[in-house]
Design a binder for this molecule. Sequence first.
Ligand SMILES: Nc1ncnc2c1ncn2[C@@H]1O[C@H](COP(=O)(O)OP(=O)(O)O)[C@@H](O)[C@H]1O
Ligand SMILES: [Mg+2]
Length: 245
Amino acid sequence: MNALASAVESREDEIDGRMQVVQQLSSMVAHEVRNPLQSLSLLASLARTEPDRDAQAEQLALIEDEIRVLEGVVQRFLSNSGPLRIARSQTDLVKVLERAASIAYPRAAQNHVRLLVQAPARLDVYADGSLVRRALENLMLNAIEFAGKGRSRRSTGQVVASIQRDDDRVVLIVEDDGPGVPYEDRERIFQPYMSSKAGGTGLGLALVRQVFDAHGGYIRCEPSPLGGARFVATIPLQPSLDGDA
Ligand SMILES: Nc1ncnc2c1ncn2[C@@H]1O[C@H](COP(=O)(O)OP(=O)(O)O)[C@@H](O)[C@H]1O
Ligand SMILES: [Mg+2]
């Protein structure tokens, strides 16, 4: 084979690779838009029938807020096709966790799952709040789906989401009392398109991993003392010098 032919071949491989990235990103956008849209329509129908003015105003504010986040996420996905770019600002991650939980509550109620949030008053970190929020929503919605399933009959359906500072990093945990993730699958589930669910895309955890990686942290899955899966994520308080913007 001559040099030109192999150059053409490697160029084709490169194009193939880029196409795969683009395809993966567009499915991710679709996936990332679907969950918030479901929450939005739930919130909208709650707001429609809410008799209390203040409560209704709060629901509408949540809806507006969620729309802004959606716009931001889509924008960020579309503006580049390389590794996830993050836009950091000084962010109270407790508020981010609480916002994510407020989106997950209606789904928890529907599934008869108790969602508990444990957090200090506030925890300021230089981070991309809207992406961390999307990551936490993904983890909570997964946990809610699996909570209370597959174990003993008297299992209640419990999800605990917590945030705490540990030395030079923030640790975020989402855990449930569902069936858990078998040891051999605990890394595999973070790969794109790995799903055990009928209509699943397998893109949620792939995005979650990208979000924490892009912050210089990590996410892993382990067994939870509640009996199900525990997802532990970290974000360093000091962003690394050589890394992300
Ligand atoms: N809390 C959990 N408990 C048990 N299994 C889980 C949990 N979260 C994720 N998984 C497993 O990881 C797979 C991938 O999850 P995800 O990337 O969010 O995609 P999807 O939700 O579309 O299946 C799920 O299909 C499931 O098998
Ligand atoms: Mg999911």
